[in-house]
Design a protein around this ligand. Structure first.
Ligand code: SAM
Ligand code: ZN
Length: 671
C-alpha cells in the first residue's frame, strides 16, 4: 500500500517536474526507500552515496495521523509520516518531502530545488554564470602566464645581481621606486599599464628562494569566494567545470540557502565536496576579516552590490579579480538619480546610452572603493545583458598608479534638446622636464548652451571613461568559449555578446543612437551602413556596441555628426518645424563638412560581413529578473512584471516565489 502510494508520488513528480533524468534520480531514492523498508539502509544506495554519511535517513512505514506527502515534518517531531526525512549533522532539519524537490541541471552541476523556492534560483542567469566561467578559465590561464613571466624576470634579475655588486643594484632599485618625477612611478600613461600591474601582482603564490640565488615559486590554484551564493549552483559549477580552480568558498546569510548549498554540494559528488565549502555568514564581515585572501571574489546580489564593494575590494589578492553583478538597472539608468548617487556616488543620465553608463558608473564606484585602500582596478570585461550589468575587473595595489584614477573618470554633459553629449575628464597630466604633474581637468568643456541646438545641459557622472574591456582578454575568452561550445549551455548567447564586444571601439565611451538623431531632426533615417560610411569617409572611426543593436560608437565630434545629418537632410528634406525646435536650430546652420555617403569598406563589422550572430532574442518568454526567494506573488507584481509574466509564473505549478524589491529596481524598460 505504502509502496504503491510512494510510487505514485514518484511517478507524478518525475513526469511533472524532472523529466527522464529526474526519474532516474527519483528511482534511486525509491530504491533507497525500498531498501529501508526491507531493512537495508546500506551506504551502497546511490542516494546515500551521493549524500555521504553525514546524513541520517529517517523514514516510516505507517502513518495514519498524517499521510499527506506534502506536509512538512515539524522540527524535532518524531511523528512518523510517509515522508522521507533527511537530516545532516550540525545543521537544522533539511529537506522534507522529496516530492517537493526538483532537480535542476545547469552545465555540470545539478541542484535540488525546493518547490517553495526557499532559495533563490533564476535560470536566466545561466548567461551570467556561463560568461563568468569563461572569464575564470582565461583568468587561470593568464595568471599562470604572468606568474611564469615574473619568475623568469626574477631569475634574470637574480643572475644580474650575482654579476654586479649587490649593494649597488639595490640602491638603483630603491631610487627607481621613489623618484617622484619618474614616469613609471607616477603611472604615466605612456608606460604600458600592464607593466605596472604585472609588477604589483601578488597572486597567491609562495615565492621561494632557491639555494643558488634562483627564485622559484609555486603558484597555488586560485581561491574563489562566491560571497552571495544562494543554492550554490554557481560555486558548484565553478568547482566542477573550471580546470585548475582551487577552493571555492560559498557564503550566504540566509539559513535556508546555506542548507540548500550544503545539500547541493553533497549532491554533486566528490569534486564538489572536496572543493566547495559553504558558510553561514554575512559576506561583508567575512570579506573584511579575510583581507587579500581570495584570487577571485564573485558578487551576485539582489539588486545593488554597493554595500559589498568596500569589503570585496579588500579581500582580493593583488592581481586578483572581482566579478560583480548589479541588477538595479532602474537606479543605474536614471530612474532615481539621487538613489544612484547615494549608492554609487554618480549621477546617471537617461540617454540612449544609459545601459553603458550603468556599467561605467559601477566601474567608477568600484574604483573609488579600491582607492581607499591604495588600490585600483583594471577592467577586463564589462557586460550589459538581459536585465543586469556584470563587470570583471582586476584589482591591484599601488599608491602611485592610483594617481591615474582622475584621468579615467569623467562627467558627462548631456544636452536636453538634442542628442549631443560631451565628456569632461576629472583630471589631466602635464609633463615638464620628464616630470609628470597631476592636475584638475580643464573645464567646462561645453558652454552654458548647446552649440548645436541652444538648449541647456544636464550633468551626470562621474563615470569610468577609460576602456571597459581589455580586448586581448576578450579575444582569448571568445576563443576559449568557441573551443568548448558544448560546455556552455548558453553558448549562442555568450558567443554573440563576446563577438560584439570584440568589435567595440575600446576608447570611445558611450554611443549615439541613429534613431534618436533622426527623431531630433524629424527626418527619415539613413541605414546604419550609409551613416557609418559617412563617418568613416570623414576620417573617423565607428563601431557598434553590445548594449544596443542600434547604438553607434564613434570618435567623431558632435559637430561632425550633425554636419553628416545636415547633408543627409539636404537629400532627404523634412517638413518645416517651429523655429525654436532643437532640430530646426541644428538644420538652420550650413554644414562645414560635405558628407560622403559612398559605401566604405569598413562600414560593416567583420562579424556583420561574415553574418556571425551579434544579438540574439531571448530564448523564451519571461526571460528576465526573478523575485527574491521566499516571497509570494501578489497582484502588486502585475504592475511590476506585467500580467503576462505573472500569469506565466502563476500558471506554473511550481510557483517561483518572487522578490518585489528586485523587480522594482530592475525594470529594464526604465529608460
Ligand atoms: C541573487 S542571490 C545569489 C544567486 C547566486 N549567486 C546564483 O548564481 O544563483 C543573492 C543571495 O545573497 C544572499 N545575501 C544577501 N545579503 C547577504 C549578506 N549580507 N551576506 C551573505 N549573503 C547575503 C541572499 O540570501 C541570496 O541568497
Ligand atoms: Zn543640443
Amino acid at each position: 500500500m505504502l509502496a504503491t502510494k510512494y510510487e505514485q508520488i514518484l511517478a507524478c513528480a518525475a513526469v511533472r517536474k524532472v523529466g527522464f533524468k529526474g526519474i532516474l534520480k527519483y528511482k534511486n531514492l525509491q530504491n533507497l526507500s525500498n531498501e529501508k523498508k526491507s531493512g537495508r539502509t546500506t551506504a551502497s544506495s546511490s542516494f546515500l552515496r551521493r549524500f555521504g554519511a553525514g546524513f541520517a535517513y529517517l523514514s516510516s512505514t505507517t502513518n495514519t495521523a498524517n499521510n499527506n506527502p506534502r506536509t512538512e515534518r515539524p522540527e524535532g517531531s518524531t511523528r512518523k509520516t510517509d515522508n522521507l526525512f533527511l537530516y545532516e549533522s550540525g545543521l537544522k532539519k533539511m529537506s522534507t518531502d522529496l516530492n517537493d524537490f526538483t532537480i535542476i541541471k545547469e552545465g555540470e552541476a545539478e541542484i535540488l530545488m525546493h518547490a517553495k523556492n526557499e532559495v533563490f534560483y533564476n535560470k536566466t542567469q545561466v548567461n551570467n554564470r556561463d560568461i563568468s566561467i569563461a572569464v575564470l578559465r582565461t583568468f587561470i590561464a593568464n595568471r599562470k602566464e604572468e606568474h611564469e613571466a615574473r619568475l623568469s624576470k626574477k631569475t634574470k634579475a637574480a643572475s644580474k645581481v650575482s654579476e654586479k655588486d649587490a649593494s649597488e643594484s639595490v640602491q638603483e632599485e630603491v631610487a627607481n621606486e621613489s623618484t617622484v618625477c619618474d614616469e613609471k612611478s607616477n603611472g604615466d600613461s605612456e608606460v604600458p599599464e600592464k607593466v605596472s600591474q604585472y609588477e604589483s601582482c601578488g597572486l597567491s603564490e609562495e615565492p621561494v628562494k632557491g639555494t643558488e640565488g634562483k627564485v622559484s615559486g609555486e603558484l597555488k590554484p586560485p581561491r574563489v569566494l562566491e560571497a552571495l551564493s544562494a543554492s550554490g549552483l554557481r560555486a558548484i559549477r565553478y568547482a566542477r567545470e573550471v580546470e585548475g580552480i582551487g577552493q571555492v568558498v560559498a557564503l550566504d546569510n540566509d539559513k535556508a540557502s546555506v542548507e540548500a548549498c550544503q545539500r547541493n554540494i553533497k549532491f554533486n559528488g566528490s569534486v564538489a565536496c572536496s572543493k566547495v565549502e559553504s558558510h553561514f555568514a554575512d559576506a561583508r564581515v567575512y570579506m573584511l576579516t579575510h583581507p587579500k585572501e581570495f584570487d577571485v571574489v564573485d558578487l551576485d546580489p539582489y539588486g545593488s552590490p554597493s554595500v559589498f564593494l568596500d569589503s570585496a575590494v579588500q579581500s582580493i589578492v593583488d592581481g586578483g579579480m572581482l566579478m560583480c553583478t548589479a541588477t538595479d538597472m532602474a537606479v543605474l539608468c536614471g530612474g532615481n538619480g539621487e538613489v544612484c548617487y547615494s549608492k554609487y556616488g554618480s549621477y546617471p543620465l537617461r540617454g540612449k546610452y544609459c545601459h553603458e553608463m550603468a556599467l561605467r558608473i559601477l566601474l567608477a564606484s568600484i574604483e573609488s572603493h579600491a582607492n581607499r585602500y591604495k588600490r585600483y582596478i583594471v577592467p577586463v570585461l564589462s557586460v550589459q545583458m538581459d536585465f543586469y550589468v556584470r563587470v570583471f575587473v582586476r584589482v591591484y595595489s599601488s599608491a602611485s598608479a592610483m594617481k591615474n584614477t582622475p584621468l579615467k573618470l569623467s562627467y558627462v554633459y548631456q544636452c536636453t534638446g538634442c542628442d549631443s553629449f560631451h565628456l569632461q575628464p576629472i583630471g589631466r597630466t602635464a609633463t615638464k622636464n620628464n616630470c609628470v604633474k597631476y592636475l584638475p581637468g580643464f573645464g567646462p568643456v561645453v558652454p552654458q548652451e548647446c552649440s548645436d541646438c541652444g538648449k541647456k545641459f544636464n550633468m551626470g557622472g562621474p563615470i569610468w571613461s577609460a576602456p571597459i574591456h581589455d580586448q586581448e582578454w576578450v579575444t582569448s575568452i571568445l576563443a576559449d568559449v568557441k573551443s568548448m561550445k558544448d560546455r556552455y549551455p548558453a553558448y549562442n548567447r555568450i558567443s554573440a555578446i563576446l563577438t560584439t564586444i570584440s568589435e567595440e571601439l575600446p576608447d570611445v565611451p558611450l554611443f549615439l543612437s541613429l534613431h534618436n538623431l533622426c527623431a531630433t531632426l524629424k527626418c527619415t533615417s539613413p541605414s546604419a551602413v550609409i551613416f557609418r560610411s559617412a563617418v568613416i569617409n570623414a576620417g573617423y572611426r565607428i563601431s557598434g556596441t553590445h548594449v544596443n543593436p542600434l547604438g553607434l560608437k564613434s570618435d567623431a565630434p558632435m559637430d561632425v555628426i550633425w554636419d553628416i545629418m545636415r547633408c543627409w537632410v539636404k537629400n532627404h528634406p523634412v517638413k518645416a518645424q517651429p523655429a525654436d525646435q532643437p532640430g530646426s536650430v541644428i538644420l538652420a546652420k550650413e554644414p562645414v563638412l560635405q558628407a560622403n555617403f559612398a559605401r566604405a569598406v569598413a562600414s560593416l563589422s567583420k562579424a556583420q560581413a561574415k553574418k556571425v550572430a551579434r544579438f540574439l532574442p531571448n530564448p523564451e518568454r519571461h526571460w528576465g529578473p526573478k523575485l527574491r526567494a521566499g516571497r509570494q506573488i501578489t497582484s502588486k507584481h502585475i504592475s511590476l512584471l506585467g500580467p503576462d509574466a505573472v500569469n506565466g509564473v502563476l500558471n506554473q505549478e511550481e510557483v517561483e516565489e518572487p522578490d518585489a524589491k528586485r523587480q522594482k529596481t530592475e525594470d529594464p524598460t526604465a529608460c
